[in-house]
Design a protein around this ligand. Structure first.
Ligand SMILES: Nc1ncnc2c1ncn2[C@@H]1O[C@H](COP(=O)(O)OP(=O)(O)OP(=O)(O)O)[C@@H](O)[C@H]1O
Ligand SMILES: [Mg+2]
Length: 263
């Protein structure tokens, strides 16, 4: 099947990486074949899954994307050369590195510069059930590449007072991509992250989001959990770090919702 899902929101720190890692890991635990692509030069997904590209000889998303621009014979590497086996049997990763910042500039003059990631993924797309792309907090060219490569977008929303205001710009970008580069792009759903039921504004924003976006909001809410924020420093998704934690069941439920929507 090979459903490609981008995790995007240009607002920083809303739980994109946490959702990308733990949704991907949960899908893998539920016996799906999953590839996670770190499309953020901050490389938080990469380190969160216990990989440090500095220890490797340059096989990251940057080299894969630049490889697409080279012709077959001179191509340095393809996506298969960059695949990493994570601790979970069913979860592979294409890591990132700070050098991905350079791709924003190097792609500027490239032909079909928005479709480079889509072309990069093509050779392995059918080998996975799900391909999850963790986007950076920007609506720049790499994120547009992610939206162009994707079948759908999951939008993590942190239930803070200004959360909804920032969504307009993201939705506008999604509509632009739908209008030209990728007409088949859909919104998989909004997911509320870092929720604390005791905080009044959290409940208010959650209600507002449901009033506005109706059934486009996932039923699963990701609760605030210290363990979820600790797990990346141990290089593990929550399911391998603390299986009894709420974060584990929250993300397994989210993964099941995604499966139910798609299969
Ligand atoms: N449910 C949660 N409970 C507690 N802490 C969380 C939760 N989700 C995320 N965090 C923490 O909040 C911070 C921001 O989360 P995360 O890195 O996933 O956001 P992001 O949207 O990827 O950020 P960026 O925009 O910089 O890429 C991190 O320190 C993370 O550990
Ligand atoms: Mg992130």
């Amino acid at each position: 099947m090979g459903k490609v899902i981008a995790i995007a929101n240009q607002k920083g720190g809303v739980g994109k990486t946490t959702t990308a890692i733990n949704l991907a890991a949960s899908l893998a635990v539920l016996e799906k074949k999953v590839l996670i692509i770190d499309a953020d030069p901050q490389a938080n997904t990469t380190s969160g899954l216990n990989f440090s590209p500095t220890s490797d000889e340059k096989r990251t998303l940057y080299e894969v994307m630049i490889g697409v621009l080279q012709d077959e014979r001179s191509r340095s590497i393809g996506i298969r050369d960059a695949l990493i086996q994570t601790e979970l049997k069913n979860l592979h990763m294409v890591p990132s590195h700070i050098n991905l910042v350079g791709a924003e500039i190097e792609l500027l003059d490239a032909p079909e510069r928005e479709s480079v990631l889509r072309k990069a993924i093509a050779p392995v797309r059918r080998e996975y059930d799900y391909i999850i792309i963790d986007c950076s907090p920007s609506l720049g060219l790499i994120t547009v590449n992610s939206l162009t490569a994707a079948d759908s977008v999951i939008i993590p929303v942190q239930p803070e007072f200004f959360a909804l205001e920032g969504l307009g710009k993201l939705l506008q970008t999604i509509r632009l991509v739908q209008g030209g580069l990728n007409p088949k792009l859909t919104i998989e759903g909004f997911v509320i992250t870092m929720f604390d039921g005791r905080t009044k504004v959290h409940s208010q924003v959650a209600t507002e989001l449901r009033e506005h976006f109706k059934d486009m909001v996932f039923n699963t809410i990701i609760q605030r959990s210290i363990r979820l924020s600790e797990a990346p420093s141990h290089g593990k998704p929550i399911v391998l770090y603390d299986v009894m934690n709420n974060g584990t069941s929250n993300y397994l439920n989210l993964a099941q919702e995604v499966i139910d929507k798609n299969e």
